[in-house]
Write a protein that binds this ligand. Structure first.
Ligand code: MG
Length: 331
């Protein structure tokens, strides 16, 4: 039986993907980088276009409510796809969008969402190449679900297995703001927290030009802890993080205190973690800081196989990925 935790981006989601979905879609071909790597996208090496890679990704969006501070389901579906392509090292080119709409859905609302999709796609030079529209009977789907597919082109594909011992780990801004903003909407709280929902395409293109980028990951469901644990496992490295170096806004901290959540487990929709050559980290950090003053070097890749977080008193704990579900339908 599928439960809410299978969609939460944590351990149960990983189990479902690895045990139920992946074994049924196995492709063995040296020119494909596919499901086996469980990366942010898949890639095909097309020798005829000079050895560049097409990078593909797909995602679906069920966020509730459809509009929130800092974004809406339309913006989310564009930046979600754009960000997954970007962290794979690709320049996003085009998308497909499938809309599954509940009978009775307001046309004006749909137009606002489509406008948001158009505006955000245009900003990144992404063509909406196609899609599909379905309507379900009243009560059979909650308002609107968007399923999206995107393609980009990369000179070199960057994967989660690329982190090297000695790398600096940089985050591009405060963590957890998207999920905190959704909590605020759902609970009707009085908070100024705003989703970080934004495209990473431009900033990623800039840091790639600096060089020395070994891995990148956009922080989505499961937050920073899930991303770091995936890196540690796939790259076979340990990660040593400084708790006080990780940027968490005052608003996110107070929401976490009320609900007993760990900010490192909360989703973002516009933040990236970068593992890079320490000789390049100052340049990369400066580029990220121009986009968000909170960008910071938060740790280092070391020998070993665990994600360790140290507090300022020298205390040490293991940062484990999220288990179970905190909040369904955040993206
Ligand atoms: Mg991703």
């Amino acid at each position: 039986m599928i439960t809410l935790s299978h969609g939460a981006g944590g351990k149960a989601t990983q189990d479902l993907i690895k045990k139920t979905i992946m074994p049924r879609f196995r492709i063995r071909n040296v020119n494909f980088l596919g499901l086996d790597g469980l990366d942010d996208g898949s890639a095909v090496n097309v020798k005829k276009v000079g050895g560049k890679f097409f990078v593909f990704t797909s995602d679906s969006y069920t966020v509730k409510p459809l509009f929130f501070k800092g974004g809406d389901i339309g913006k989310l579906s564009v930046v979600g796809v754009v960000n997954d392509l970007s962290v794979m090292g690709a320049k996003p080119l085009a998308m497909h969008l499938n809309l599954i709409i509940e009978e009775g859905f307001d046309t004006g609302l749909l137009e606002r969402i489509l406008d948001s999709i158009g505006k955000n796609a245009e900003k990144d030079g992404v063509a909406i190449l196609g899609g599909d529209t379905k309507v379900m009977e009243r009560g059979k789907v909650d308002q609107l679900v968007i399923s999206a597919f995107g393609v980009g082109v990369a000179d070199k594909v960057i994967t989660d297995a690329g982190v090297k011992v000695g790398d600096d780990i940089i985050v591009s801004g405060g963590v957890g703001e998207h999920e905190a903003a959704i909590i605020v909407e759902r609970e009707g709280l009085n908070s100024t927290v705003k989703s970080d929902c934004a495209s990473l395409s431009r900033v990623v293109q800039k840091i790639l030009r600096v060089g020395g980028v070994h891995a990148m990951k956009d922080l989505t469901r499961g937050g920073l802890s899930m991303a770091l644990n995936e890196w540690s496992e796939k790259s076979g490295v340990g990660l040593e993080m400084g708790e006080e170096k990780i940027p968490v806004s005052r608003q996110v901290r107070s929401i976490c205190r009320v609900y007993g959540f760990d900010p490192f487990n909360l989703a973002c929709e516009g933040r990236v973690v970068v593992a890079c050559d320490p000789g390049k980290s100052e340049k990369i950090l400066n580029i990220l800081k121009r986009g968000n003053a909170g960008a910071a070097v938060i740790g280092k890749a070391v020998k070993g196989g665990e994600v360790v977080i140290r507090n300022r008193f020298g205390g040490r704990k293991i940062l484990r990925p999220l288990e179970g579900v905190m909040l369904p339908r955040i993206c």
